[in-house]
Design a protein around this ligand. Structure first.
Ligand SMILES: CC(C)(COP(=O)(O)OP(=O)(O)OC[C@H]1O[C@@H](n2cnc3c(N)ncnc32)[C@H](O)[C@@H]1OP(=O)(O)O)[C@@H](O)C(=O)NCCC(=O)NCCS
Length: 194
């Protein structure tokens, strides 16, 4: 049985986790987003076109805000509790197919914060939100077969591998496979099972 979503892109849904506040991205978050997307190591499995100018980060924020206003997608800025409210990462739903109760997630985190389990913590919060308030039944994600960190994160929060799209992308002179993952509502556990 499915239920209807009670989220419809009204007031931005701020989420709280043990260590973070996930909030709306604001025009003044440009330097924070540039700190993430300006780093080749963060972007290398997603085309590798790291930003070289602050205005590119500001344009991304504007497009994310437009997509929320147009009810197309929702993306949270990750900030540390007790910090200076700077955005250190992003995560959210790239698309939401309401008719199928299905969405797709994407995420990235500034390199200085890798390895502390912050992204799994944030993803559990947005997945809980998605299953409870967007009425999702299925969440999809994909990662380059070379992106072991990202595949590890997906496994930590309970995603299962569904298969490969063979030689789906061309990168650094080589074709690479894209690995497809999904998580169903009935399989989701909101807490870390360690
Ligand atoms: C993928 C990403 C979000 C992981 O976030 P995170 O909060 O560091 O996740 P975790 O702390 O759970 O670490 C996941 C794995 O990354 C690896 N890892 C941790 N720190 C690392 C570091 N400094 N350098 C390289 N790999 C590291 C470990 O294998 C770890 O698994 P483990 O906990 O079993 O040891 C982050 O690495 C990132 O932003 N990468 C670039 C953007 C990206 O790939 N986005 C996803 C596109 S599909």
């Amino acid at each position: 049985m499915t239920h209807e979503p009670d989220f419809d892109f009204g007031p931005f849904p701020v989420l709280e986790t043990e260590r973070m506040i996930l909030r709306e991205l604001l025009p003044e978050d440009g330097p924070g987003i540039f700190g993430i997307r300006g780093d080749y190591e963060v972007t290398k499995y997603n085309g590798g076109m790291n930003y070289t100018r602050l205005d590119q980060a500001e344009a991304l924020i504007a497009s994310i805000r437009d997509a929320y206003r147009d009810k197309r997608s929702v993306r949270w800025g990750m900030t540390l509790k007790g910090g200076d409210d700077a955005v250190i990462g992003m995560c959210g739903y790239n698309y939401w197919v309401r008719a199928d109760f299905r969405g797709s997630i994407g995420y990235d985190l500034a390199r200085a914060y890798w390895g502390r389990g912050l992204m799994p913590e944030a993803l559990r919060a947005i997945l809980t939100f998605g299953f409870e308030h967007m009425a999702l039944n299925r969440v999809e994600a994909d990662a380059s077969i070379n992106n072991r960190q990202s595949m590890r994160v997906l496994e930590k929060v309970g995603f299962l591998r569904e298969g490969h799209q063979r030689e789906q992308f061309y990168e650094n002179g080589e074709f690479g496979d894209l690995v497809l993952f999904s998580l169903l509502k009935r399989d989701f556990r909101a807490t870390d099972e360690g």
